[in-house]
Design a protein around this ligand. Structure first.
Ligand code: DC
Length: 253
């Protein structure tokens, strides 16, 4: 029986990747790594320096020298990594609306993707080898199963209808006290979908060997349970009530 150490979770904005990924990581005691925060940190740093998001050369150079440190969430299961960039805690700042608006453009640049991918692969390989302080990693993004970790033993693609994803985003903004019209949230989401799926490099795609889970109408617990079932099946653990249902901590994938 094999313990899958790398769990790749991809999907569009608002599909629940971060919430579900962090919860799965907490159950398995794996590291939770949301790769989107790296693209957000580059976007934040560009805006802080007054670099125009359209200035590909300047943003590429910035991505190569910016030191971005991605730390685990404050408490396990919480869906947000802490992020340090330029020596500052930017965990909140990278969620700003100006970052939201520009991150899809910045993340499409070749130099940005090359710089971020190298760091992500390195981390994935380290946890995948079983030599890190945690037994594995849950990596969340758009291209993890297709480009960053194409050999990941478990690949999940989370999806949901655009309307439901927009509703989740709208509810989240309302909880934060932001009063943005629903139509605006929906239009922004469709625009980001288009940029993330339509770009030339590493566009959002379903990996051939990914398990697609449509989360429309499902609660977080249901989706987490579905992902854990996939992990257990991959580890050869019976999910039909036979056996103890525990994932054995044995060999690497
Ligand atoms: O998941 P998110 O909304 O925080 O991602 C922010 C942006 O970064 C999004 O526009 C897509 C991009 N991204 C990417 O291109 N590749 C990844 N692996 C993760 C995110």
């Amino acid at each position: 029986m094999l313990r899958p150490r790398v769990i790749a979770v991809d999907g569009p904005a608002g599909s629940g990747k971060s919430t579900v990924g962090a919860a799965v990581a907490a159950v398995l005691d794996y590291l939770f790594f949301d790769t989107g925060v790296m693209y957000r940190a580059v976007t934040w740093a560009a805006l802080e320096r007054g670099i125009a998001p359209s200035d590909e050369a300047a943003i590429g150079a910035l991505a190569n020298r910016l030191v971005i440190d991605v730390l685990p969430p404050v408490s396990p299961g919480q869906g947000a990594n802490r992020v340090i960039a330029d020596g500052q805690d930017v965990s909140e700042a990278i969620r700003r609306e100006d970052v939201d608006r520009n991150v899809s453009v910045v993340s499409a640049y070749a130099a940005v993707r090359t710089a971020m991918s190298a760091r992500q692969r390195w981390l994935g390989a380290r946890y995948g080898s079983g030599q890190a302080e945690k037994p594995g990693i849950v990596m969340v993004g758009r291209d993890i199963g297709t480009v960053i970790m194409p050999d990941a033993p478990v690949k999940i693609y989370l999806d949901a209808s655009a309307q439901e994803r927009a509703q989740r985003r709208y509810d989240e903004l309302r909880r934060k006290g932001k009063d943005v019209p629903f139509e605006q949230v929906w239009a922004d989401l469709l625009h980001r979908d288009e940029l993330d799926s339509g770009r030339a490099l590493s566009p959002l795609r379903v990996a051939g060997d990914a398990v697609v889970l449509d989360t429309s109408g499902l609660g977080v617990d249901d989706v987490v349970a579905a992902v854990l079932r996939v992990v257990m099946e991959r580890a050869g653990v019976a999910t039909d009530g036979r056996g103890d249902g525990k994932i054995p901590d044995v060999e690497v994938f």
